[in-house]
Ligand binder design. Structure first.
Ligand code: C5P
Length: 201
């Protein structure tokens, strides 16, 4: 029997960390669905049309260099507003969610569109300044030269685009548990997420 955990929320809220922790704690497989949109964005940067780019994705695209860059993120969020792109990526995500070992998917529309029947839905969020600070430190640790204000502006722009689009906008599902990580340590946030999943198993 499959068991699906949907983890949604804005950029840099801690979805990735929590998803990996939940997957590890229960032996579930994990899919970072943002990578599908980033890989699409990379192919757009290569010169492809966004819908053709999404339709042409192959597994090795998810391992390309540069997927975590700000350029790939910006291109991803533009492509993500196009219904044909979202449609092209739907079946792969739904198949993944049906993994008999259990699955954790993180993204923006997992609980609302991709897996409305998920057994657990978490909406992970944090204040924009805090998310930008985390992303800034991550980028700096990776050797990127950037300013905090630039990262904050990027986060705000991406939030606005993700929340305002007509197709699958970012918002909590009606039955999602909202987890604000602004004032939590990683250990605290992780413990809470694992506890919520454990209570539904
Ligand atoms: O999560 P990540 O920052 O890697 O996602 C990059 C972009 O992909 C997001 O800003 C969003 O526009 C898009 N995305 C989406 N739906 C998802 C996952 C990501 O629209 N399920």
């Amino acid at each position: 029997m499959s068991f699906t955990v949907a983890i949604d929320g804005p950029a840099a809220a801690g979805k990735g960390t929590l998803s990996r922790a939940v997957a590890g704690a229960f032996g579930f497989r994990h899919l970072d669905t943002g990578l599908l949109y980033r890989a699409t964005g990379m192919r757009v940067l290569d010169g492809l049309d966004p819908v053709a780019a999404a339709e042409a994705l192959v597994p090795s695209d998810l391992e390309r260099e540069g997927l975590r860059s700000a350029e790939a993120a910006a291109e991803a969020s533009r492509a993500a507003a196009i219904p044909g792109v979202r449609a092209a990526l739907l079946a792969f995500q739904r198949d993944f969610a049906r993994d008999p070992d259990g699955a954790v998917l993180d993204g923006r529309d997992i609980g609302t569109v991709i897996c409305p029947e998920a057994e657990v839905k978490l909406f992970v969020t944090a204040r924009a300044e805090i998310r930008a600070r985390r992303r800034f430190e991550e980028l700096r640790a990776g050797g990127a030269e950037t300013q905090f204000e630039t990262v904050l502006a990027d986060v705000r722009e991406r939030d606005a685009r993700d929340m305002d689009r007509a197709d699958a906008p970012l918002r909590p599902a009606k039955d999602a548990v909202v987890l604000d990580t602004s004032d939590l340590t990683i250990a605290e946030a992780t413990a809470r997420a694992v506890q919520i999943v454990a209570s539904r198993r």
